[in-house]
Design a binder for this molecule. Structure first.
Ligand SMILES: [Mg+2]
Length: 351
């Protein structure tokens, strides 16, 4: 175990100063390695619970907390994890999207089919969310078919209730399943005051509407540009869509796109986690245990938590000596088992 001086300073999102400890865990690469679980992790989590250490899980997955709970239970020999204790990449939308709960205008959602739009409605209590899939099915003329890549868009049973819907905001919940089409629809909504229907856009322009500025907000769930998978090279993910969208918006309008970014390492997600820990009675030192220096560790360092790198997952290949200062962990452990053993000692005053 190595320690670095200077980390773990207090910050606004640190739980109240006092005795004890509480902790935030990454999931993939910490408790789970692909389809395998980290040896001893189940027993370690049980000891943490037995010691009464308040804890939550913070992951950049796009899955729902319920689905993540089931996956985590599978990796932990059936151990139940309350979905309320799992913060996924879009969990901060609970607060961020709350102003739109009373809006009569729907939210435009980028993600996989209707799953993501359904999550916006059920998880975040938005009356009406519409996926880009549904917009395209309803408004095939919105995109060049060859670019959209969908050749049978007609669907009378689409869930877009109003073809002339004026969107209030854009929520990027998960990876786009059609980058060019989604770029087109999102850019239209941003530039034409929430409109995607060609007739509405024409009217907007005829009325002198300003298409060189951003009219509605856009929220992103996961900032990761790439992720590790079975493939030998990292694969592209949501941050890639954001980068392309920002570039296109700048090219078309000359303006910088104003985005609200959730997910690790954004402070929004760490503040959300701190709020949950406070609700659970968390106090004293906050430990963040993760395997990704650029995500788990960077975010924890920014908010003044004690960042703990585990040598599993991505962390197995990390040379901490060559990491940028902001990505250097305060502590390094072989696995989550040793990390939890240390945290329990701190919580019980044995360190
Ligand atoms: Mg991880």
């Amino acid at each position: 175990m190595a320690e670095r001086a200077g980390a773990g300073a207090d910050s606004d999102v640190t739980c109240s100063n006092g005795q004890g400890a509480c902790c935030v865990f990454d999931v993939d690469g910490v408790f789970r390695l692909g389809h395998l679980s980290v040896p001893g992790a189940t027993g370690a989590l049980a000891s943490l619970r037995e010691a009464g250490v308040p804890h939550v899980f913070l992951t950049n997955t796009s899955a729902s907390p319920q689905a993540s709970s089931q996956e985590l239970a599978h990796a932990l020999d059936g151990t139940y994890v309350d979905p309320a204790d799992i913060i996924v990449s879009h969990s901060p939308f609970q607060d961020l999207l709350s102003p739109f709960r009373v809006s009569e205008r729907p939210i435009l959602v980028v993600g996989i089919d209707n799953v993501s739009a359904g999550d916006v409605e059920t998880l975040y209590h938005i009356p009406h969310a519409v996926s880009t899939d549904d917009v395209y099915r309803c408004l095939p003329a919105s995109c060049v078919p060859a670019l959209a890549g969908i050749h049978s868009p007609a669907n009378d049973e689409g869930v877009m209730r109003d073809a002339h819907a004026q969107f209030a905001a854009v929520a990027v919940m998960a990876d786009s399943n059609n980058l060019t089409r989604d770029m087109q629809l999102v850019l239209d909504a941003l530039r034409f005051d929430g409109h995607c229907h060609p007739d509405d856009i024409r009217q907007f322009l005829d009325n002198g509407g300003d298409d060189r500025r951003q009219h509605i907000p856009i929220f992103f769930a996961n900032p990761d540009m790439v992720y590790g998978a079975a493939h030998p090279a990292p694969r592209l993910t949501q941050g890639c869509f954001r980068l392309m969208l920002e570039s296109m918006f700048k090219a078309l309008t000359g303006q910088a796109l104003d985005v609200v970014q959730a997910g690790k390492p954004s402070a929004i997600s760490y503040e959300y986690a701190a709020g949950l820990l406070r609700d659970k009675g968390g106090a004293g030192s906050v430990f963040m245990v993760g395997d990704n220096p650029a995500s788990d560790i960077r975010g924890a360092n920014r908010v003044g938590w004690t960042s703990c790198l585990v040598r599993t997952g991505i962390g197995a290949r990390v040379d901490t000596e060559t990491l940028p200062e902001e990505d250097r962990p305060a502590m390094v452990f072989p696995t989550v088992v040793e990390a939890i053993a240390h945290i329990v000692k701190v919580h019980t005053g044995k360190v």
